[in-house]
Unconditional design. Structure first.
Length: 403
């Protein structure tokens, strides 16, 4: 049956070429659009990881839910011991300490509400590869009272590197404390909201400002982003859940989840459109091919072939067309993806973001499998619909087509 179906395909070359063209176009479109969407996910993830969150954060139990209101109540008691335990995992590159606080930044004329982070400068500079310094330089370990400010804060307060500012915050006991800092740099991250309210100062300066040696979170940097889930699960098994809680970068970012949900819906709708397009294109081509041969099928049934055998022959032809067209579509899609990626696609900043990026078309096995399945199933389904109609045609009516 397959041998006969293959001969029939190459016997009707023009019709076969039209059918294959529809399949190849649909499959190639799915490969390119799916790879583009996957690149958006990957680049957004890396931007969030390497500008704000790290891969994993470990904090005192309750900090991520209610601790932002009173961070002094949710400090990690022995950060050095915990850091050493986490650093021993082979997937971990670095563990960073952070002390979080809120307060007011004053330039001598205006106050601006900020969310501050006390950080280890050298480690944060290494992690923050997606945080761009637009003026001045990175915070360094030697900057005892240096401060990095977000780009929008710098615009609002008219700050430039070398300017002096005063930072006002509540101490752990509830009193007010102020320290004077020198602006060493202005940063631009992926998020506009972050740039409009965030400042960073050395961890020791933050502890002096807050009158406490507290550390609110340990930020874990991993060698590979795909290790985030397994390492988080291992940390959850290692640490006492009544003392510590663990959040991965995607759990810390609502923006990422909303973006993925939006693009997943759009890509799902695109898959439905391409499935319908391929189905209609192939169905039209298969129908024309099959009904041109109705006399041939009538002769086969008159010579003793059962209608089920005729149906099987038509479906076998459609199946072979689906396999050939889907393979060709995958090959063309992968070739175009490699070519486009070598050039890159300049992209503007996404909504609520500052930085543009250069997109590529990622070759993802799951996307290739989906595209292949859509092309193959659409062709097979179209062939089955035509085959059912032919198999139900009376032999006498089918033979009249030869006259």
């Amino acid at each position: 049956m397959l041998k006969l179906a293959l001969r029939n395909i190459f016997r009707h070359r023009f019709r076969t070429a039209m059918t294959l063209a529809g399949i190849v176009m649909g499959v190639t479109g799915l490969v390119l659009s799916g790879g583009f969407v996957q690149d958006i996910y990957a680049q957004l993830a890396e931007a969030l990881i390497h500008s704000q969150f790290g891969h994993i954060q470990v904090a005192h139990a309750g900090y991520f839910t209610v601790g932002s209101r009173s961070p002094e109540k949710y400090a990690i008691a022995n950060p050095n011991e915990l850091r050493d335990k986490i650093s021993a995992l082979p997937e971990v590159i670095e563990v960073l300490e952070r002390s979080n606080f809120s307060g007011l930044l004053n330039n001598g004329r205006t106050d601006w509400p900020i969310v501050g982070e006390g950080v280890e400068p050298a480690k944060e500079a290494k992690l923050g590869s997606f945080m761009r310094i637009v003026a001045g330089r990175q915070l360094a370990d030697g900057d005892r009272f240096g401060i990095l400010v977000g780009q929008d804060i710098a615009k609002a307060l008219k700050l430039a590197p070398g300017d002096r500012v005063t930072l006002l915050a509540n101490t752990a006991e509830g009193a007010l404390n102020t320290l004077e800092f020198e602006v060493v740099g202005v940063f631009e991250s992926f998020s506009k909201d972050f740039d409009a309210r965030a400042v960073r100062i050395p961890l020791r300066a933050a502890q002096e400002l807050l009158g406490s040696q507290r550390v609110n979170a340990l930020v874990v940097a991993l060698k590979h982003t795909e290790d985030t889930g397994p390492v988080a699960a291992r940390l959850a098994a290692m640490l006492d859940p009544t003392q510590f809680e663990i959040r991965t970068w995607d759990q810390l970012s609502d923006f990422y989840d909303k973006t993925v949900a939006l693009y997943s819906q759009q890509f799902g709708f695109l898959q439905v459109i391409i499935l319908a397009m391929v189905l209609l294109t192939v169905a039209n081509s298969v129908n024309m091919s099959v009904f041109e041969r109705i006399g041939e099928f009538g002769t086969m049934m008159a010579l003793g072939k059962r209608s089920s055998q005729v149906l099987g022959l038509i479906v076998a032809e459609g199946t072979l067309l689906g396999l050939i067209g889907s393979f060709l579509g995958i090959a063309l899609g992968v070739g175009l993806a490699v070519g486009i990626s070598s050039i890159g696609i300049p992209m503007p900043p996404p909504p609520n973001a500052n930085l543009g990026y250069t997109a590529v078309i990622r070759i993802v096995p799951g996307v290739l499998a989906t595209a292949f399945s859509v092309g193959f199933l659409a062709t097979t389904l179209a062939a089955m619909l035509s085959a059912v109609r032919i198999s139900r045609t009376p032999v006498a009516d089918a033979l009249r087509a030869n006259v």
